[in-house]
Design a protein around this ligand. Structure first.
Ligand SMILES: NC(=O)c1ccc[n+]([C@@H]2O[C@H](COP(=O)([O-])OP(=O)(O)OC[C@H]3O[C@@H](n4cnc5c(N)ncnc54)[C@H](O)[C@@H]3O)[C@@H](O)[C@H]2O)c1
Length: 455
C-alpha cells in the first residue's frame, strides 16, 4: 500500500516535470484513492506537539467532518489533557496519546492509520520529527521555522526527495488577506517590475520569553521553556519566515527566482537584560540578570535575489514596540506599505497626487485585488487563529494530503526560508560578510512555475 502511494507521487512528479504541480490543476484522472484512507472514507491526521500552536491547529482540524484525528504526541501532561478536552468539546472521541519521553513520537509514527502529521514542537525538534514522519510515509506539515542549520535544510530536502513524501512549511502569513491581495497586485503588474521589499518579525516577545516573571527554561511556562534559550545562544534572524514567506511568493522564489546571498548585522543586546532588571520579580540581583544575551536587539539582513531584487528583513523581539510584519514593496510603478506600516500605497499614473493614498482610497485597491480564497471563504475563516489566516493554512495542508499532491509551499521553500537563520548567524559572526544560499532545488528553480495562490 505504501509503495502504491509513493509510486503515485513519483508519477505526478514525472508528469509534472517542467510544469507546475498545483493541487487545483491536477486533473481528476490523475487522482487515486489515498492508500491509507479508512473504510469510512476519512482522512487521518495526527499531531506532534500540542502546546499553544498545536492545539490551535487541532481546533482547526476539528472543523473537518471528513478528517479523523487519530493520535497525538506530547510530553507535557497538561497539553495532553487540554487536547483531549478540545476533542470532546468538538464531539469527537479522544485520540490515542503518545507521551512519556522525547522520542514517543517515533512509536506514534508506526501507526498505519495516520496520513498526515502536523508538527508544532520546539524548533530544535522540527527537522528530526519531520524526517521521521516522511520516512514513515506520512505527509508532513511543519511549523516555522522548519530547520535550524544548513545541514537540517538539506536533510529535509533530501528526505522528501528520497521518500517522495511531501513536506509543507505551515507559514500562515502567506495566507494573510493582505499578502494574497499584494500577490495579485504583483502578478497583475500594478507595481510594475518589482525591485525591493522590506519585511520582518517585529514582535515584543519579552513577556513570552520570560514566564512567569523573569524565568525561562525547565520551570517556566509555554515558549519560555525552550524559545528563550535561542536568544541566549544565537545571534541571527532566528524567526525569519513570517516576513520572508509572503515576499518569497511575491518574488517567485524557487519558481523562476531564488535567494542568492545574504548579509546581516546585529545591534548590541540590551532589551532582555533591561526587562529582567526592571521586572518586579527580577532586579539587579536576580541570577538571570547576570546572563549575557547573544541575540542582538535588532537583526537586519539584506538578501539579494537571482532576478536582481533586494529584501531587507528585520528581527526585532527584545524591545518595547507594537507588532509589525514590516511589509513594504517597491516596484518601478509604485510602492506599498502594509497593515502595520501605515496601510498606504502610491501608484504612478493612478494616484491622483504624488502622495500616499490612505484610508478609503487605500481600501479600494484591496477590495479590487481581494483574493478569491478570502472572498469565498471569509466566513469560514472567521474565528480561526491570527485573524483567519490559520484556517487557510490548515485547509491547504489537508487538501494537499487528501489530493496527494505537493503543497504550494513545499520542502524547497521550507529549506530556503529557514536557511536565513544559520546564514544570518554566519554573516553576523563575520562582521556582515555575504553568505550564499545553497540552491536547494538543484536548478529546478529555473523551470518551476509559480503555484502559490493561483486563482
Ligand atoms: N505560525 C505561527 O503563527 C506560530 C505561532 C506560534 C507558534 N508557532 C510555532 O509553533 C511551534 C510550537 O510553538 P508553541 O507556541 O506551541 O510552543 P509550546 O511550548 O506552547 O508548545 C510546544 C509543545 O511541544 C511539546 N514538546 C516538546 N518536546 C516534545 C517532544 N520531544 N515530543 C513531543 N512533544 C514535545 C511541548 O510539551 C509543548 O506542549 C514553534 O515552532 C513556534 O515557532 C507558530
Amino acid at each position: 500500500m505504501e509503495l502504491k502511494r509513493r509510486d503515485f507521487i513519483k508519477k505526478i512528479s514525472v508528469a509534472g516535470a517542467g510544469m507546475a504541480l498545483a493541487p487545483n490543476i491536477i486533473s481528476a484522472s490523475e487522482k487515486i484513492q489515498f492508500s491509507r484512507v479508512k473504510p469510512n472514507g476519512k482522512l487521518n491526521i495526527a499531531f506532534i506537539g500540542v502546546g499553544g500552536r498545536g492545539r490551535s491547529h487541532l481546533k482547526n482540524v476539528c472543523q473537518y467532518k471528513d478528517v479523523e484525528i487519530t493520535a497525538f504526541c506530547d510530553i507535557d501532561p497538561e497539553a495532553v489533557t487540554k487536547s483531549q478536552k478540545i476533542l470532546r468539546d468538538h464531539s469527537r472521541k479522544e485520540a490515542e496519546v503518545y507521551t512519556g519521553d522525547d522520542h514517543a513520537y517515533l512509536k506514534m509514527l508506526e501507526r498505519d492509520d495516520i496520513d498526515g502529521v502536523i508538527i508544532s514542537s520546539p524548533w530544535l525538534w522540527h527537522t528530526p520529527m519531520a524526517i521521521a514522519a516522511m520516512r514513515a510515509g506520512k505527509y508532513t506539515g511543519i511549523e516555522v521555522s522548519a530547520a535550524n542549520t544548513i545541514e537540517e535544510c538539506w536533510d529535509l530536502v533530501n528526505t522528501s526527495e528520497e521518500t517522495d513524501v511531501p513536506c509543507m512549511i505551515l507559514e500562515n502569513v502567506c495566507y494573510a488577506r493582505e499578502s494574497m491581495a499584494v500577490l495579485k497586485m504583483v502578478r497583475e503588474g500594478l507595481f510594475g517590475e518589482i525591485v525591493h521589499a522590506t519585511c520582518g518579525y517585529k514582535h515584543d516577545l519579552r513577556h513570552i520569553k520570560f514566564d512567569p516573571g523573569v524565568e525561562f527554561g525547565k520551570n517556566a511556562k509555554g515558549e519560555a521553556r525552550w524559545r528563550t534559550e535561542h536568544s541566549l545562544k544565537r545571534n541571527g534572524d532566528i524567526y525569519p519566515t513570517h516576513g520572508v514567506g509572503p515576499v518569497a511568493t511575491w518574488f517567485d522564489i524557487n519558481r523562476g527566482n531564488r535567494f542568492v546571498s545574504i548579509t546581516s548585522v546585529a545591534t548590541k543586546s540590551t532589551g532582555l537584560h533591561q526587562y529582567i532588571i526592571n521586572h518586579p520579580q527580577g532586579g539587579e540581583d536576580h541570577p538571570n540578570a547576570k546572563l549575557k544575551w547573544k541575540l542582538g536587539d535588532i537583526v537586519t539582513s539584506t538578501i539579494k535575489t537571482a532576478n536582481g531584487e533586494t529584501i531587507v528583513i528585520s528581527h526585532d523581539t527584545n524591545l518595547p514596540r507594537p507588532y509589525s510584519w514590516g511589509f513594504e514593496l517597491h516596484g518601478n510603478k509604485g510602492v506599498w506599505g502594509g497593515e502595520y506600516e501605515g496601510r498606504r500605497i502610491y501608484i504612478e499614473g493612478k494616484s491622483e497626487q504624488h502622495q500616499w493614498e490612505i484610508g478609503k482610497d487605500y481600501d479600494k485597491y484591496f477590495k479590487k485585488f481581494d483574493h478569491k480564497l478570502w472572498k469565498e471563504e471569509e466566513a469560514k475563516a472567521k474565528g480561526a487563529g491570527h485573524g483567519g489566516i490559520d484556517y487557510f493554512t490548515i485547509k491547504q495542508f489537508i487538501e494537499s494530503v487528501k489530493n496527494e499532491v505537493q503543497p504550494p509551499i513545499d520542502v524547497y521553500d521550507a529549506a530556503a526560508w529557514s536557511a536565513i537563520t544559520p546564514l544570518s548567524e554566519a554573516s553576523i559572526a563575520s562582521n556582515g560578510s555575504p553568505q550564499f544560499f545553497p540552491d536547494f532545488t538543484r536548478g529546478k528553480w529555473m523551470t518551476n512555475k509559480p503555484i502559490f495562490g493561483l486563482e
